[in-house]
Design a protein around this ligand. Structure first.
Ligand SMILES: [Zn+2]
Length: 465
């Protein structure tokens, strides 16, 4: 694709200002905005103010630090591109706690450059990526004197603790947040140098099963052989949920699963992915498990799962106590894929549990959360433009992947604003998010700023709207 002269101005501006852009990011990273630690509430607020000031300096208008029951949200907009589309930029300024501290080579909140990487807590997740969006706006205003599209920002400070405030804010401010598409920068490239857009996220149903046997804990010498055991009953039940091949045994669970399109399957097969390497460097077990007729990428991206996260009950202390436990509890989740209706799955799951609860045991199922899978149509105009801009900057064809995890905000934007999200991330698989020595590749920081700016420019040019 031929590049307009203005695009060259964008790249030149980013190159000329690279040092200042880095210094600013370092200042933001030095604020230890750990959202889960009450002692850091002041720092979280300081980071919100920093982001608000940066948005103002980049030329954004109506900048607000919005008070919530928890940490503040930051909003800003620039809405003077009449007839052009509107992009809602999302990111987060809060970070995970830095511990274990003694494993950091340089201090977590003293950003340090080594080997072309910026090492610090929050460098990749998500301050570096979020700040790229702000610098892209600044760059476009420097290049054009204005923005080629309308832009809104909604930045949160609770992503690492569940995002309660934003979940409440979005449905209550549909008009204010109205946009054509959201730009979520909080993901990663599939591999170094490979422009990547994520177009599918699995949903999640999280449950708790409580099993009750005898009215109280009993002596196994006196009652063993006649009284039901809550722990054993729960284990019997759990064992029926999935067979040895990893196939979920709940009737109808696979009925609505939409298989990936042939084009999607073809592109997955072309990704630089080795099952052997995945087993060795990521899983670290003796072998991989799961449905035999599906590739690993299909199993983690496009198939439903059922996992037990924990079981508690009975006696687990040192030594021996001969108890028949009265109560046991398990945390069980299912990942949903496109086509599956969480309500239908929950109903089938509850029915299965009721029908397969062993004699003498009573079970109760509690649903802690239930969210559907999200998929973005790769043929959406904005996705096309984003893929082209990404390919232009990195010089390689953009790949479309899915993620096995969930990003709740993407579901909320879809549900309440009716818009798709472009999941355009610049992290790398080995960035060490949430771990000691988190890093962000500097080249990706600058490529991110350029890609976002090019995307906005091309989206404005190619949309009469
Ligand atoms: Zn994040």
């Amino acid at each position: 694709m031929s590049q307009a002269p203005v695009s060259k101005t964008i790249d030149a501006f980013v190159d000329q200002n690279s040092e200042r852009f880095l210094d600013e990011l370092k200042s933001l990273i030095r604020i230890p905005s750990v959202s889960t630690l009450p002692d850091h509430a002041g720092d979280v607020r300081k980071a919100a103010t920093f982001v608000a000031d940066a948005l103002r300096a980049a030329g954004m208008e109506n900048v607000e630090v919005i008070e919530t029951a928890g940490h503040p949200l930051v909003y800003a907009d620039w809405l003077h591109a009449a007839g052009k589309p509107t992009v809602l930029c999302y990111g987060h300024y809060d970070v995970q706690p830095p511990d274990p501290l003694d494993e950091w080579i340089s201090p977590p909140f003293e950003p340090t450059v080594r080997n072309g990487n910026l090492y610090a807590r929050g460098s990749a997740d998500d301050k570096g990526q979020m700040y790229s969006q702000i610098k892209a706006v600044e760059t476009l205003r420097a290049a054009h004197g204005k923005l080629p599209i309308n832009v809104k920002f909604l930045i949160e400070g609770e992503e690492e603790v569940g995002g309660e405030a934003i979940s409440k804010y979005v449905p209550e401010h549909r008009e204010k947040l109205k946009a054509d598409v959201a730009l979520v920068c909080d993901t990663e490239l599939f591999a170094e140098g490979l422009p990547t857009l994520c177009v599918g996220l699995r949903g999640l149903i999280y449950t708790e099963i409580e099993a009750r046997g005898p009215a109280k804990d009993l002596h196994s010498g006196m009652y063993g052989g006649a009284a039901p055991n809550a722990v054993f009953g729960l284990v019997e039940l759990l064992a029926k949920l999935k067979n040895a091949d990893g196939v979920i045994q709940i009737p109808g669970i696979y009925d609505d699963v939409e298989p990936p399109a042939p084009a999607e399957m073809k592109s997955w097969r072309a990704l630089p992915f080795s099952e052997e390497e995945f087993l060795k460097s990521e899983v670290g077990s003796s072998r991989l498990t799961g449905e035999p007729n599906y590739s690993v990428l299909e199993r983690v991206w496009a198939r439903p799962t059922l996992e037990v996260h924990g079981i508690a009950g009975g006696f687990t202390g040192a030594g021996a106590k001969t108890v028949i436990p009265a109560k046991a509890i398990a945390k069980v989740s299912m990942r949903m894929v496109p086509g599956q209706d969480p309500e239908k799955v929950v109903a089938a799951y509850k029915k299965f549990v009721a029908e397969n609860t062993p004699a003498g045991i009573q079970t109760e199922v509690r649903i802690l959360s239930a969210g559907p899978a999200i998929s973005v149509n790769p043929d959406h105009h904005a996705i096309h433009v984003a893929a082209q801009a990404f390919a232009d900057v990195l010089g390689k064809e953009t790949v479309f992947i899915r993620s096995g995890g969930s990003i709740p905000i993407v579901g909320e934007f879809a549900e309440y604003l009716g818009i798709p999200s472009i999941l355009m991330g610049f992290g790398l698989p080995d960035d060490g998010l949430h771990s000691p020595n988190e890093k962000y590749k500097l080249a990706n920081y600058y490529a991110g700023i350029k890609t976002i700016a090019h995307f906005f420019e091309q989206y404005g040019e190619q949309s009469g709207k």
